[in-house]
Design a protein. Structure first.
Length: 109
């Protein structure tokens, strides 16, 4: 995992979202999920590409069930973009980097 990717969990999720003015892209994933593993390098690249503009974090849904339930995560990977603590985008399944970059570009600037 890239140094630019935050490891989020039940304990730090809300505080991390509330402590930043930047949009936060959150990847809900699990270690046994094949598509999640395929998406991981893309998440790392986005964290590098958008460093200073968007914070990127990952939530292991096996370890952080409370956050997963609160955000109604029923399929993984699910990506959610938070702005001001509110969900502004939500996509499920393996997504190409270009599509995710376009999603982020809509919310920065």
């Amino acid at each position: 995992m890239s140094d630019n990717v935050l490891e989020l969990n039940d304990q730090n999720f809300q505080s991390t979202l509330s402590e930043t003015d930047q949009p936060v892209l959150v990847d809900f994933w699990a270690p046994w999920c094949g598509p999640c593993k395929m998406l991981a390098p893309t998440i790392d690249e986005l964290a590098e590409d958008y460093s200073g503009k968007v914070k990127v974090g990952k939530v292991n849904t096996d370890d952080s069930r409370q956050v997963a339930v609160e955000h109604q995560i029923s399929a993984i990977p699910t990506l959610m973009l938070f702005k001001g603590g509110e969900v502004v985008e939500r996509v499920s399944g393996l997504q190409p980097k270009e599509q995710l970059a376009a999603l982020l570009d809509k919310h920065i600037g």
